[in-house]
Ligand binder design. Structure first.
Ligand SMILES: *Cc1c(COP(=O)(O)O)cnc(C)c1O
Length: 387
C-alpha cells in the first residue's frame, strides 16, 4: 500500500504533482552509500528527468553534480545552486548561444556529439578567448533492450560519434588550440532493467580504451551515462533501485587504470519513484464495450503513456478497498492516445475520487505542456504538508 497525505489533498485543485521528499532523500542516501564504496565514481544528476527547482536543491544538497542537455538546463542548474565545475553538457544540437553560455559559466565539460560541433566549440572558444574541456560522446552500437523511443546507443540513433570516427576526432582535437580532450562519454538509453546491457557497454568501453592505449592515449574521464530503470509494476515493493548491483557491475567490468574516473548520469532512478500525479475522477462513462474513468489529468500533464506506451500503477486514494472493476483510465485531452491505462482493475471509482498515478517523478512534470491551452500542473513536496 502506498501512503499519501490524502486528507491534505482534499481541498487542493487537481491535477498536481506530489513528491515524497522522504523517499527522495532515502534514495539519494542509498546512492551515496554505494558511491562511497568506489572512490573513483562521480554521479551527475540528469536534470531533464525532473528540473523542479526544489527537487534540484535537494539533489544538490546530497552532493551530486549535474548533467544538462540544453542552455536552459544549465541556467536552471546554476539557479538551483549547482557549481559550474560540476556541470557536464551533452546534446546533439547545441546552439551557439548554449555553447557560449556554457563557456561563460565555465562548466566542467562538453560531451561532444559530432566533429562539426568540435569545430564550432573551437571557433567560439577562439572568439571568447576561452578553453573548453571535451569528452567525446561515442555511439557504441549497444542495444539497450528498452522502448525504441528511448534507446540511444544504436548506430541508427542520432546520438554520439561512431566508434570508427573516435580516433579521427581525437586527432582533430590535438590540432586545436582551445579544446582539450579529457575523456569519453556514453549513454545507451533509459529505463534499462537488465544489467547485462550495461555490461555490454563495459565491453565496448574496454575495447575502445584498449585501442586508444595503442595510440598512447589514456583518457582520465569515462562517463558511462545513465539509464538505470525503475520498477513501474511494483513501485511499493521496489521504491529504491538496486544501486549496489549497478555500481558493482561497473566496478567489476570496466578495466581502468588507477587515475581514471568514472562518471554516471542518473536521472530516472533518482527521482522516478518519489513522484505522483494526483488527479480527480471527472466522469465514469460506460461505452459500448469499455468503461472509461475520465480524469482531470491528461497527456499534457504526464506524456509517458502516450509517448512510450509506458505503464504506471494507478491507485484510488479515496476508495482504496471498494470491490474492483475494469476500466480504461483516460484524460480529457482531445487525442485518442490520451490514455493512462487500458483494461486495468481498480476499486469501483466515482466522480470526485482522488487518484494517484505512481512512479511519475521522472519525465513527468518535466515533459508537461500546455496542449489544449491547459494549465501546467502545480507541484507540492511532502514538506508542504508538514510530513
Ligand atoms: C537522459 C539522459 C540521461 C539520464 O537517463 P536516465 O534514464 O534518466 O538515467 C543521462 N545522460 C544523458 C546524456 C541523457 O540524455
Amino acid at each position: 500500500m502506498i501512503s499519501l497525505p490524502t486528507r491534505s489533498f482534499e481541498n487542493l485543485p487537481t491535477p498536481f504533482y506530489y513528491y515524497d521528499e522522504g523517499l527522495l532523500r532515502a534514495t539519494l542516501d542509498a546512492l551515496n552509500e554505494q558511491v562511497a564504496r568506489h572512490p573513483n565514481f562521480i554521479v551527475h544528476y540528469a536534470t531533464k528527468a525532473n528540473a523542479n527547482l526544489r527537487i534540484l536543491q535537494i539533489i544538490k544538497e546530497a552532493g551530486l553534480g549535474v548533467d544538462c542537455v540544453s542552455g536552459g538546463e544549465i541556467e536552471t542548474a546554476l539557479r538551483a545552486g549547482f557549481k559550474a565545475d560540476n556541470i557536464v553538457f551533452a546534446g546533439v544540437g547545441k546552439s551557439d548561444w548554449e555553447i557560449k553560455l556554457a563557456l561563460e559559466s565555465n562548466i566542467f565539460c562538453f560531451n561532444v556529439e559530432s566533429l562539426q560541433e568540435l569545430e564550432v566549440i573551437e571557433q567560439l572558444c577562439n572568439e571568447m578567448n576561452q578553453q573548453a574541456n571535451v569528452c567525446l560522446r561515442v555511439n557504441p552500437n549497444v542495444n539497450a533492450h528498452t522502448h525504441k523511443n528511448i534507446t540511444t546507443g544504436l548506430a541508427e540513433n542520432k546520438f554520439g560519434i561512431p566508434v570508427d570516427s573516435v580516433w579521427e576526432a581525437i586527432e582533430k582535437i590535438q590540432a586545436m588550440k582551445h579544446v582539450r580532450f579529457i575523456g569519453l562519454h556514453f549513454h545507451i538509453g533509459s529505463q534499462i532493467v537488465n544489467l547485462n546491457d550495461f555490461r555490454e557497454l563495459c565491453t565496448s568501453v574496454n575495447s575502445l580504451l584498449e585501442l586508444l592505449k595503442q595510440h598512447n592515449i589514456e583518457p582520465e574521464h569515462i562517463n558511462v551515462g545513465g539509464g538505470l530503470g525503475i520498477d513501474y509494476d511494483n513501485p511499493t515493493s521496489h521504491p529504491i533501485p538496486d544501486f549496489k548491483a549497478y555500481f558493482d557491475m561497473y566496478a567489476q567490468h570496466l578495466q581502468l587504470n588507477e587515475r581514471q574516473k568514472v562518471h554516471f548520469e542518473l536521472g530516472r532512478s533518482l527521482v522516478g519513484q518519489c513522484g505522483y500525479l494526483v488527479s480527480r475522477v471527472l466522469y465514469v462513462k460506460q461505452g459500448q464495450s469499455k468503461r472509461f474513468l475520465i480524469l482531470d489529468a491528461g497527456m499534457n500533464d504526464l506524456l509517458r503513456p502516450a509517448l512510450y506506451h509506458a505503464k504506471h500503477q494507478i491507485v484510488n486514494l479515496s476508495n482504496p478497498s471498494a470491490t474492483s472493476e475494469v476500466y480504461d483510465v483516460v484524460g480529457p485531452v482531445c487525442e485518442s492516445s490520451d490514455v493512462f491505462s487500458r483494461d486495468v482493475l481498480l476499486p469501483q471509482s466515482h466522480r470526485g475520487d482522488l487518484m494517484a498515478i505512481c512512479s511519475a517523478g521522472a519525465y513527468g512534470e518535466a515533459m508537461a505542456s500546455q496542449y489544449n491551452c491547459r494549465q501546467l500542473p502545480k507541484s507540492y513536496l511532502s514538506d508542504d504538508f508538514n510530513i
